[in-house]
Design a protein around this ligand. Structure first.
Ligand code: JFZ
Length: 603
């Protein structure tokens, strides 16, 4: 996933091909690790139940705040030394101005607790090689190399212990731009002459030992960017952690397929259910380290919905704050995390200790699950107030709002459960409704996508399509500035009329609907012709030919633009099941990269 090239150190987060089974509904469940039990051990129980963590990126880069040596760097600010190619000695001289006199560990932990997080992971050493703790194996530390002279991690460990919040440390075990044998600094040192194992022996393994020995019980060592480490080298770090603190978990970025839980790419939610212990990581704005000019803070609504989406797929959300150089959280981060915590105070039962939803997401929102209880996270209220849960294989007993326990009328017809919602959703960000049931809610994958005039739209995502022929899902990674990664799951490799994708649709209301394709297409795709076939199941489908338009070339270091192209307006006379198919009209190059198909009622 990562390669670091010598002179032009660049982060190449390459697109991953999700191979897909042709001819049957894609199995969104991805088993991570060796088996379905992977990551479901007793050891990861606390982690799997925690659901919400706080990531903290803090170091000299917070003091620079995106500007160094008179130049501004947009994008992730913790990479500023690398972007600027600041000589290590110069960076160390400038880092000596880092003096977080307003840091208060108790205040941080108080905000974390108010936010409802169950664990905190702080950068102990990022790629710049600077130790945020009193390390004896290096002079490049907050105690020895700054006027602050204190060990903030010691204070944070004490505050977390007092508050009952698990503490973990991020540690960049391969990259170290301060050290001649560390990874990633090709501007001061010759990458071809580096002795990485000397770096592991001389700095990173000893520092991991210090972290595991001097700061009490730890929940996680969160390794990052293993670079070109061998499996043995990754294994040495894993073993060091397990040897010194057997209950401490190790992130999958220790490298080479090892680790106690899986981390996805920055800012990435897997497209479907993932079983076992895993985590999606996002930052509150677009930079992990504090940047004075990154104001793109996610609203409480965005955080709450992201948390629900990740939990509905079975994972944890670890959301990052970049504390400022003075040791305070940005005001918007404190405010929006506290607001998220207030929502969790009312609705945490629908998040903490839940597992993935047995029923796929619906146009109104997502679901989480505990035995006997299905939690509906309602983002969008159906216009007529009638919320449908399809494929409900159990017996619905009762439904009520989780906050306030307001009973709601429930009707069940076979596997359809209808719930009558209040005229106004109590919380337009996410109203959680508990449905208690008897019997078994069986996992459902191939459920027709419900389309209704009661919803603003129904989105048919790439990952829910049935793929045939060469059709494949691809993760299109891109970014705006630098390192602010965005990921779009698309369907590509549609080259031949036999490369067909399809969806089953269930129209619950008659009426007219408009169908859009949302795709990105470069010059090799532009001009290609495709055809959309749409009609009631088992009847002659109507064909809608289309021509692909150019949107732009995919470059991971540039924004990737998508187009909504109207394809068809269809009239649905009676509710029922329809089939939607899409394929190239003729053989040729790839048609496009399709992110989703949108079906919208014509009002
Ligand atoms: C890494 C760091 O380089 C970055 O500064 C930040 O700490 C982030 C949390 O982790 O960035 C990555 C690492 C891995 C991927 C992408 C960005 N990845 O696997 O796609």
């Amino acid at each position: 996933m990562f390669s670091l090239q010598g002179k032009k150190t660049a982060v190449l987060a390459c697109g991953l091909l999700f191979g897909s089974l042709t001819g049957i509904a894609q199995q969104p469940d991805q088993l991570w690790g060796k088996s379905a039990e992977a990551g479901t051990s007793e050891k990861t129980k606390w982690f799997r139940e925690a659901k919400f963590g706080l990531f903290l990126h803090w170091g000299p880069y917070a003091h620079f705040a995106g500007e160094i040596r008179g130049k501004r760097y947009y994008g992730i600010s913790e990479w500023i030394m690398n972007r600027d190619k600041t000589p290590a000695a110069e960076y160390a001289r400038l880092a000596a101005d880092f003096n977080p006199t307003e840091f208060n560990a108790e205040e941080w932990v108080d905000i974390a607790r108010a936010a409802g997080v169950k664990y905190i992971v702080l950068t102990a050493k990022h790629h710049d090689g600077f130790a945020m703790f009193d390390s004896k194996v290096s002079d490049f530390t907050i105690v020895k190399a700054t006027p602050y002279k204190k060990d903030p991690i010691k204070a944070l460990a004490a505050a977390c212990k007092k508050a009952g919040i698990k503490l973990g440390f991020y540690y960049s075990q391969f990259q170290d731009w301060h050290e001649p044998n560390g990874g990633g600094n090709g501007w001061d040192f010759d990458n071809k002459k580096k002795d990485y194992s000397a770096y592991y022996r001389g700095k990173s393994l000893p520092q991991i030992t210090e972290l595991l020995s001097n700061y009490g019980d730890l929940g996680i060592i969160w390794f990052d960017t293993p670079g070109n480490m061998s499996k043995e080298e990754s294994g040495a770090f894993l073993e060091k952690v397990h040897q010194l603190q057997p209950d401490c978990l190790v992130s999958s970025r220790v490298g080479n397929g090892l680790g106690d839980f899986k981390d996805f790419g920055d800012g990435e939610v897997p497209p479907g259910i993932v079983k076992g212990a895993w985590e999606a990581i996002f930052t509150h704005n677009d930079s992990w380290g504090y940047s004075a000019f990154d104001q793109n803070f996610k609203s409480p609504k965005e955080i709450i919905r992201l948390l629900a989406d990740v939990a509905s797929k079975g994972g944890n959300l670890m959301m990052n704050i970049g504390p400022m150089g003075n040791g305070k959280f940005p005001a918007q981060s404190e405010k929006y995390f506290r607001t998220t915590g207030e929502w969790l105070k009312q609705n945490g039962e629908g998040i903490y200790q839940t597992s993935y939803a047995p029923i796929p997401p619906q146009p109104w929102g997502v679901m989480t699950h505990k035995p006997g209880k299905l939690y509906l996270h309602v983002f969008d209220r159906p216009h007529n107030g009638k919320l449908l849960i399809p494929a409900f294989t159990a017996k619905a007993v009762k439904a009520y709002t989780l906050a306030g326990k307001k009973a709601l009328p429930v009707q069940q017809q076979g596997k359809d459960v209808w719930i009558s919602l209040p005229a106004v959703l109590p919380d337009e960000r996410n109203t959680v409704i508990t449905v208690e049931y008897n019997g078994a809610l069986e996992e459902q994958n191939a459920v027709p996508m419900v389309v209704s005039a009661q919803y603003e739209r129904t989105i048919l995502p790439a990952q829910s399509a049935v793929l045939n022929g060469n059709a494949q899902t691809k993760k299109m990674t891109h970014s705006y500035y630098f390192g602010d990664w965005k990921h779009a799951v698309c369907i590509g490799n549609l080259q031949d009329p036999a490369d067909v994708i399809s969806y089953r649709l269930r129209f619950t209301d008659p009426g007219d609907y408009k169908v859009y394709l949302n795709y990105t297409a470069d010059s090799t795709n532009a001009g290609r012709e495709g055809v959309l076939e749409l009609g009631p199941a088992a009847k002659e489908a109507k064909q809608y030919p289309f021509q692909v338009l150019f949107t732009g070339r995919h470059d991971t270091h540039k924004p990737l633009l998508f187009l909504d192209q109207a394809m068809a307006v269809i009239s649905v006379a009676t509710p029922g099941e329809w089939t939607l198919k899409l394929r190239p009209l003729k053989s040729g190059g790839e048609l496009f990269k399709l992110q989703q198909i949108v079906v919208e009622p014509v009002r």
